[in-house]
Design a protein around this ligand. Structure first.
Ligand SMILES: NC(=O)c1ccc[n+]([C@@H]2O[C@H](COP(=O)([O-])OP(=O)(O)OC[C@H]3O[C@@H](n4cnc5c(N)ncnc54)[C@H](OP(=O)(O)O)[C@@H]3O)[C@@H](O)[C@H]2O)c1
Length: 297
């Protein structure tokens, strides 16, 4: 059973969550999708990661239509807003832009609540920083959302440490997470201050594309090197390569929470076991060396 991480008095998320960015590509019927969600909740993967834009603005609505409220009550729904895509479902968008104005955030939450058929979101994240963002205005919207009970907790995604500090400086409550890309093939957050800040603020990050979006299984020298080291450790420990790759992320003391992206139940079942795998420092550094292709940085 996947464990829970307590992020605040109001919210705990499962240590591994399921992201639905690729949901429409999983080629599952609505019945098969509902069964998949029921099974992942049974495994303890109770946190589902959405965004308004997933599936060209269709995933939230499809999910809301499929998942009965009895199942939703066992889940934590995280969604994001702030990217305006050019899409047939948003004919008013003529150009891809970012919008994290108070007006857009509040309207986006109402749309997400309606689409997901729920009266509250467990967490709302700003999908991307916007060079034009006004921290005071965002803080006002965040405070109103939290007060109204429409959203339990708030956070950000793909923010730099200084952007997190800026927004946090205007809030009377803690941002709960910064959702960032982090994996055995994407080490940047360990060296650009992102994970230092997460640890400093006791703000566990959500890690997107934890298997590098499938690149880990593809071509390329780095992927090949890392795969070979992961496999060797997996064989030593009697675990799967995927579990070792996820355990590598979770060993970081900032307590990253990987967001799984597979639509295959067997893979999700296997991944759930990563929660019980504690890698030794030696194993962890062997993987780091394989990723950098040389000595440890
Ligand atoms: N905040 C952001 O900006 C942001 C950006 C990107 C993603 N996200 C979130 O992060 C979630 C996860 O991202 P992700 O989908 O890139 O995660 P991922 O788990 O790194 O990649 C999933 C992809 O890898 C494939 N895969 C998994 N195991 C495999 C294996 N053993 N062999 C071959 N292929 C394998 C999956 O295919 P199968 O389905 O066939 O298993 C799927 O196509 C998204 O759903 C979204 O919620 C957030």
């Amino acid at each position: 059973m996947v464990s829970k991480l307590n992020l605040s008095e109001r919210l705990s998320l499962s240590r591994l969550s399921l992201g639905v960015w690729r949901m429409n590509q999983w080629n599952l019927s609505n019945e098969a999708l509902r069964a998949l969600f029921e099974c992942v909740v049974e495994l303890g993967i109770t946190t589902i990661d959405h965004a308004d834009i997933y599936g060209g603005y269709t995933c939230e609505e499809r999910f809301g239509a499929i998942v009965p409220s009895s199942l939703r009550q066992k889940m934590q729904l995280v969604t994001k807003c702030g990217i305006k895509l050019v899409s047939p479902n948003r004919p008013e968008h003529r150009l891809k832009t970012y919008d994290i104005s108070a007006k857009h955030i509040l309207a986006s939450v109402d749309t997400s609540l309606k689409n997901l058929r729920t009266d509250y979101l467990d967490a709302l994240l700003l999908h991307r920083p916007n060079p034009l963002m006004n921290a005071d205005e965002i803080a006002e919207a965040f405070t109103a959302l939290r007060k109204s009970g429409k959203v339990l907790e708030l956070g950000v995604s793909n923010f730099t440490p200084s952007q997190v500090s800026l927004l946090q400086s205007r809030l009377s409550f803690k941002l709960i997470t910064n959702q960032i890309e982090f994996s055995v093939l994407h080490l940047a957050p360990m060296y650009d201050g992102t994970l230092d800040q997460a640890q400093e603020r006791a703000m566990p990050p959500m890690a997107w594309s934890p298997l590098a979006g499938g690149r880990l299984f593809g071509e390329g020298e780095q992927a090949w090197r890392v795969r070979s080291e992961l496999l060797s450790i997996a064989n030593e420990l009697g675990r799967s390569l995927e579990q070792v790759a996820l355990a590598w992320i979770m060993k970081h003391p900032s307590k990253p929470m990987p967001i799984l992206g597979s639509g295959k139940l067997e893979r999700l079942k296997d991944a759930a076991n990563a929660d019980s795998l504690a890698l030794s420092d030696e194993h962890w550094f062997r993987i780091l060396r394989a990723s950098t292709g040389g000595d440890v940085p």
